[in-house]
Design a protein around this ligand. Structure first.
Ligand SMILES: Nc1nc2c(c(=O)[nH]1)N[C@H]1C(S)=C(S)[C@@H](COP(=O)(O)O)O[C@H]1N2
Ligand SMILES: [Mo]
Length: 257
């Protein structure tokens, strides 16, 4: 309750004394007032549900439901020379950079990423193109990673810069895959940088050596071939300014499911 409202109420109570209660009762018995109160209450609950729902877990499945053939989509074998060199070296030279609006920029090897607080989950992936598949993912939890880097107060979004050029004909800055999510999704307990899929190191076609799993969002938000995680205040200056490779081509930035 605001100080003004508290003062207003105590002023009223002092002036009206005992009459206050009955006047209030009469007012709340009024059908019109009751309807308004009920409406306001409903609105608050709806707003609350919208917010709390964002932190709810996505459905998880038993191992028996893992798809025998999980489709790969978009980039499946990036030809970018930098990435090819990493594949050829077994990803020993791969480093995950976490920078931008952070107190302590990080650069983690794959072994170091594997040593971070982890989570395993069996979830369903939904692509806008109309297919779904269930897979088991293990990876480093994004929240603790970001805490290790220490987000600055101005950080609002987390950007994932990927290794793959998906649209070679696009102008500079629009050719490579990238994605962004807000802090609610970044700190969601099922948001992980997955390095294992179905108990095996992530295959190249699924985004080796690490890809984002952000289970409350559609497939295109799950950035594969992640090279760099950048904390930003806004993403207007990146790519086409819409927060992702497909967003720059008309997809919704918020793809919540
Ligand atoms: N770097 C990168 N990430 C990406 C894509 C891509 O082309 N490049 N495609 C997206 C789309 S549309 C989907 S459905 C999923 C596909 O993941 P999968 O290949 O493991 O099935 O990755 C998403 N992340
Ligand atoms: Mo997709």
């Amino acid at each position: 309750m605001s100080a003004t409202r508290r003062r207003w109420l105590s002023g009223l109570a002092a002036a009206a004394g005992g009459a206050m209660l009955s006047a209030c009762d009469k007012l709340t018995m009024n059908p019109g007032v009751q309807k308004t109160l009920a409406g306001a209450e409903g609105l608050t609950r709806r707003a609350q549900r919208l917010v709390t729902n964002r932190t709810a877990l996505a459905a998880e499945f038993p191992a028996s439901e893992i798809s025998p053939d999980f489709r790969a989509n978009g980039s499946t074998s990036p030809g970018d020379p930098e990435y090819r060199a990493l594949v050829d070296g077994g990803f020993v030279d791969w480093r995950l950079v976490i920078d931008g609006l952070v107190e302590r920029p990080l650069s983690l090897s794959l072994a170091e990423l594997r040593a971070q607080p982890a989570r395993t989950q069996i979830t369903r992936h939904d692509c806008v193109e109309g297919w779904s598949a269930i897979g088991k993912w293990s990876g480093a939890r994004l929240g603790p990673l970001l805490d290790q880097a220490g987000l600055k107060d101005e950080a609002r979004y987390i950007v994932f810069h990927c290794a793959d050029t998906l649209d070679p004909n696009a102008p500079e800055g629009l050719a490579r895959y990238y994605e962004s999510i807000d802090l609610i999704d970044a700190y969601h307990p099922q948001s992980i940088l997955a390095y294992d899929m179905n108990g095996e190191p992530l295959a190249v076609k699924h985004g080796a050596p690490a890809r984002l799993r952000v289970e409350r969002q559609l497939g295109y938000k799950h950035a594969k071939y992640v090279m760099r995680i950048e904390a930003v205040a806004d993403f207007a200056h990146l790519g086409g300014g819409k927060g992702g490779f497909w967003e720059d081509r008309g997809y919704e930035w918020y793809a919540g499911i």
